[in-house]
Design a protein around this ligand. Structure first.
Ligand SMILES: [Zn+2]
Length: 371
């Protein structure tokens, strides 16, 4: 850590001090703001000067040994944000929730806890820390400190489960995630994310020198262009082929559902499996969740029937709670985005002439492609 209490219980931070000033402090006594046990100054060749517990100290909030890249990133973020805003603190301990964000920013109407995360974090820890802040009305700002894996042009990025937890949503930038490259002192924003599989996403990316990053972050507008038709057609074909080759119909819930409805994967209508922005919310393939939307809501309705949005949404929720549609775990994305996911798909069905919106959230079944 970069901040500790001195013997008069005054906050001391090492990051604005010269090497000589740090050396002069070495004989003084310092204490951990959290557990109050003594800490010592370590100033070596590799890591920036920092405080460390004596070995064997059991400190709840301590995740030592802290890596040099974590300390460096934390220092950069603190220095940069305090150049923009006067009310920024480093490693401030928040006793009511027993958490110590890397950087704490309080603006007039809102406070933010910035967490710079280099190592993999479990979903339990991520949720506890996130909820801890949110319950106090503090907005968590999670920034990745480990490089994002690029896969070719587009770009395509591959995100392991723990990194996916950092995904957020903004209406103009779409789904996005941020990464601070502490060595190059630049921020990378990957935005307009769309999911291709459980781990693979397409995205747009912008790289900014940290000094030009504003707070709260100003994200670019996403390019409206959707996935190219050919790309998703091919990826759907591959998915179908794999499904048929490697899953036995008896054990696969989706294939079983198709079988019971006397449908077959090779002959489902082409408005099922369409790429949408919010398909990222689901681990289930678009062919799966869109099939259930159509099957539960429209297929047995005769021409001229009226279907209401909330009816459809209830079917949709039931498919999720019973595990037919599997959702991605995204603690920073509001649950209501699932409403948007369904609305977005219904808009596509309107464009394809399957349904017509007659009133707000009321649809007329045209009789095309329904039994
Ligand atoms: Zn401690």
């Amino acid at each position: 850590m970069l901040t500790a209490l001195d013997k008069n219980l005054q906050w001391t931070t090492l990051i604005r001090l010269s090497d000589q000033e740090v050396a002069d402090l070495k004989g003084c006594k310092f204490y951990c703001p959290e557990c109050h046990s003594p800490v010592i100054i370590k100033a070596g060749e590799i890591k920036i000067p920092h405080f460390a517990h004596l070995s064997g100290t059991d400190c709840g909030g301590s995740t030592e040994p802290e890596t040099s890249i974590h300390m460096k990133g934390k220092k950069l973020l603190f220095q940069h944000f305090s150049s923009l805003i006067s009310t920024v603190s480093l490693e401030q301990y928040l006793p009511s929730i027993q958490q110590r964000p890397d950087v704490y920013i309080s603006l007039k109407d809102k406070s933010y806890a910035v967490e710079f995360q280099c190592a993999a974090i479990s979903s339990d820890d991520f949720l506890v820390r996130t909820k801890g802040y949110q319950n106090k009305g503090i907005e968590p700002v999670w920034i990745l400190g480990s490089r994002i894996n690029m896969k070719g042009a587009g770009p395509r990025i591959s995100l392991p489960h723990w990194q996916q937890q950092f995904i957020r949503y903004s209406p103009h930038a779409g789904y996005w995630i941020s990464y601070l490259d502490a060595d190059k002192e630049s921020m990378l924003f990957y935005y307009n994310l769309t999911s291709l599989s459980a781990r693979l996403f397409t995205s747009e990316v912008i790289i900014l020198p940290l000094t030009s990053v504003l707070f709260p972050f100003q994200l670019p507008f996403k390019n409206k262009k959707n996935l190219q038709f050919e790309v998703y057609r091919n990826s759907n074909d591959t998915w179908i082929k794999n499904k048929l080759m490697y899953n036995s119909g008896v054990n696969d819930r989706f294939l079983k559902a198709l079988y019971l409805n006397r449908d077959h994967l090779l002959s489902i209508p082409d408005f099922i499996g369409v790429p949408t922005e919010h398909t990222l919310l689901f681990i289930s393939h678009p062919i799966e969740w869109q099939y259930y939307v159509w099957n539960d809501g429209f297929r047995k309705k005769s021409k001229g029937s009226i279907v209401r949005f909330w009816e459809l949404y209830n079917f949709f929720l039931r498919r999720m709670s019973s595990g037919f549609i599997r959702c991605r775990s995204l603690p920073l994305v509001r649950e209501e985005m699932k409403v948007e996911a369904l609305k977005e798909y219904l808009m596509i069905l309107v464009k394809r002439g399957i349904i017509k919106e007659i009133r707000n959230e009321e649809y007329y079944v045209t009789g095309t492609h329904t039994k």
